[in-house]
Design a protein around this ligand. Structure first.
Ligand SMILES: [Zn+2]
Length: 240
């Protein structure tokens, strides 16, 4: 006889802290303790918080950001869980063959019909630093994942170099954000969204978070569907 399928709350759960080996992983024990404090505090402040979030989400914004631990989008934007749909990867890159991000884009645009996509770069980005350093060296075969992944950014840094030298890190960070906005605007997923939603289609924006002072700067490269009001200037170079 087949066992009944159990989902959601019927699945038995153990208390993570009871089972956790805190002698071996004390730092994870600390994280779990912090989670318990957060859950307790959140529930005390707003008893409807968890019941309200459990059934589903309705984010209006998709944030495409960097994996950097210093740039947690929900926290720096003063937002709450449920407000922002998120994809984060090294140096907030988008390429058409990135199916992880393509899938996120599809869910954001088709299911949630988000109004805005924000490419969120940040100052002192290690991904940009790495690409900038690589751009100063002769090209080599990309044998490692990080080299293959950063190739478009390394190419961008090379293109930005002048007789006076390579671009500054700050300039590369900004241009990279603008480039990803351009890449997203040209993507099949965004183009399909504009066909589907016409003038109400998604608008793509480029922002940079300044680690120095916590302020997010709008680069003014926003662009929505061609039938909508113009929202900014186009920047960047098309690689695809
Ligand atoms: Zn970064």
């Amino acid at each position: 006889m087949t066992a009944p399928i159990r989902i959601g709350r019927e699945v038995s759960r153990v208390d993570a802290n009871e089972k956790h080996n805190s002698d071996v992983y004390p730092e994870l024990k600390e994280l779990l303790m912090r989670n318990q404090r957060w859950a307790k505090h959140t529930n005390a402040r707003d008893p409807s918080f968890f019941p309200r979030h459990y059934p589903g989400q309705r984010p209006e914004v998709l944030w495409i950001g960097c994996s950097d631990a210093r740039v947690p989008e929900t926290m720096i934007m003063g937002s709450q869980p449920g407000d922002i749909f998120v994809h984060r990867g090294i140096a907030n890159l988008y390429t058409p063959n990135d199916d992880s991000l393509n899938a996120v884009l599809m869910i954001a645009l088709i299911n949630f019909k988000v109004k805005h996509i924000i490419v969120g770069g940040h100052s002192n980005c290690v991904g940009c630093q790495t690409a900038l350093r690589a751009s100063l060296l002769p090209p080599v075969p990309e044998t490692q994942a990080i080299q293959r992944y950063l190739k478009p950014l390394t190419q961008l840094a090379r293109l930005m170099a002048t007789e006076e030298g390579p671009p500054s890190l700050d300039l590369l960070v900004e241009e990279n954000v603008a480039q990803q906005v351009t890449n997203l605007l040209a993507s099949q997923v965004v183009q399909d969204d504009w066909k589907r939603r016409g003038q109400f289609g998604v608008t793509v924006h480029g922002w940079v978070y300044q680690l120095e002072n916590g302020i997010v700067r709008d680069l003014g490269v926003s662009q929505g569907p061609p039938t909508a009001k113009p929202g900014g200037r186009r920047m960047g170079v098309r690689f695809f």
